[in-house]
Design a binder for this molecule. Structure first.
Ligand code: ADP
Ligand code: MG
Length: 450
């Protein structure tokens, strides 16, 4: 079993448990049809669920909303569930390996029309629309980078969809760099490198998503560079996304960085409040399932807490919808209902932002000491006690390795950190006042990770 399979298995096992716990399905149906299913693939926004029989597939389709909701509970973001029969799943896999490596498929749901533009993404939006209008003429390559969930993949597909709509004969390819790496690997294995490269020949538009995954892979670099150079010199428009700027991606070859820098590099930043709010309003307006009115302060609550990632906004709205079914006799969704419905999601989202620095800051402010004192050799009871709690919380909340924590606390070695954690754990068990202090600090970090 590969690591990926193991991860998928774990996600699916928890999803099945959530489905069972929801009591929305008869236990018999669950046992007969759901228990032998598994997660075959998980992409950014698509989960492929493999079913052993047609009857299972039908029941899954009928329970699609429930499955998607329970998957989302595990992932923290929304994915679309697609159900396939086991035999089709495997034959599909084979033909992918045997035949094309490229996916020409564009997601029709990602268009410029449903992309909300604000200060944080307006430059990327202008550059993308310009590329779509004047292929290969102005910004080539176009490189869009930024954190996850800020609309990079959406913009890439929007460029493709616009080009396709204006000229269906244009040759467009969309590929994630993971698929590119896989394609290179397969083509080397099958001694078909030239055939692999030939697929890119003649393209009018190449869209490459998440290029950071080719970093550090020499053979892939070499093939990508050769494909890329041919395309650019043939005036094919190339649009690329990544999580960082070309200069900041570790393991990307100098010559590729320099080629990327000859085009236009644009950053998408975290969304500002107004853009998040507009996105929420647009998503609600497009979702017919919401029948109740939603208080304005609910929208503002989601916009304030989820602006780092539009996927979290989408997750929050789905969860609210699911929750509101329970409150369907009330005419409005109030802030109280929303806070209850979203508490886990928002806490998890805030946690994603916690760092060792933030844990240190919270502990220092609780004890009224400076960061310098916290990491110093000072053994005064108050300071050493605060230090131990800070180390313990770095371990508990962030699951940071002992070694890394030690480095951040005045270059102490890992056994010092381990001892501190053991000491705190022991104190928590034996002293309820002490336990309350640690819980208070922990709650402060979780509620306000800044
Ligand atoms: P990234 O590729 O940056 O990780 P995605 O493009 O996959 O992010 O976006 C995640 C989700 O958020 C998608 O469903 C996308 O449609 C939506 N989204 C992101 N930005 C916007 C936006 N400005 N307007 C509307 N939807 C957006
Ligand atoms: Mg993406």
């Amino acid at each position: 079993m590969t690591t990926v399979d193991y991860r998928l298995n774990e996600i699916w096992t928890k999803t099945l448990k959530a489905i069972l716990d929801s009591s929305q399905l008869k236990k018999d149906d669950f046992d007969s049809y759901f228990s032998d299913t598994y997660l075959g693939r998980l992409d950014d926004d698509l989960a492929v669920v493999v079913t052993p029989s047609f009857a299972a597939l039908v029941l899954m389709e009928q329970s699609k909303q429930l499955v998607e909701f329970c998957l989302e509970l595990q992932l923290g973001y929304h994915v679309q569930a697609q159900f396939v029969l086991e035999k089709d799943f495997f034959s599909g896999r084979k033909s992918n390996e045997e035949n094309g490596y490229l996916s020409y498929e564009l997601n029709p749901n990602y268009t410029f029309a449903n992309f909300v533009v604000g200060r944080s993404n307006s430059q990327a939006h202008v550059a993308a629309t310009t590329c779509a209008r004047s292929l290969g003429m102005i910004y080539n390559p176009l490189f869009i980078y930024g954190n996850t969930g800020l609309g990079k993949t959406h913009l890439l597909h929007a460029i493709g969809n616009q080009v396709k709509a204006s000229d269906p004969y244009k040759k467009i390819a969309y590929i994630s760099s993971e698929n590119f790496v896989e394609g290179v690997y397969q083509s080397i294995k099958n001694k078909q490198i030239d055939e692999f490269k030939a697929q890119f020949h003649d393209l009018d538009l190449l869209l490459v998503d998440d290029i950071q995954f080719i970093a550090g892979k020499n053979k892939t670099h070499e093939i990508f560079f050769s494909v890329f150079n041919d395309l650019i010199s043939n005036r094919c428009q190339v649009c690329i996304t990544a999580d960082k700027s070309p200069n900041d991606i570790d393991g990307l070859e100098e010559r590729i960085i320099s080629r990327f820098n000859q085009g236009l590099n644009i950053n998408i930043e975290s969304l500002e409040y107004e853009t998040s709010l507009s996105i929420i309003k647009m998503k609600l307006a497009n979702n017919v399932s919401f029948t109740q009115d939603i208080d304005e302060e609910v929208l503002s609550y989601i916009a304030t807490n989820c602006s780092q990632n539009v996927r979290t906004i989408e997750g929050a709205l789905k969860r609210l919808l699911f929750y509101s079914i329970d409150f369907s006799n009330e005419s409005r969704i109030t802030l109280k209902v929303a806070v209850e419905a979203l508490k886990d999601l928002i806490a998890a989202n805030n946690l994603a932002d916690v760092s060792i620095a933030k844990v240190k800051k919270a502990v220092c402010s609780y004890y009224g000491i400076s960061n310098q004192q916290l990491v110093s050799k000072n053994r005064t009871k108050n300071i050493a006690g605060a230090r131990h709690i800070a180390m313990y919380l770095c371990r508990k909340i962030l699951d940071a390795p002992y070694k890394e924590i030690g480095k951040e606390f005045g270059r102490r070695d890992h056994s010092t950190v381990m001892n501190a954690c053991v000491k705190v754990e022991k104190n928590i068990k034996t002293n309820s006042l002490y336990q309350k202090v640690v819980e208070d600090i922990e709650a402060k970090i979780k509620i306000n990770p800044q």
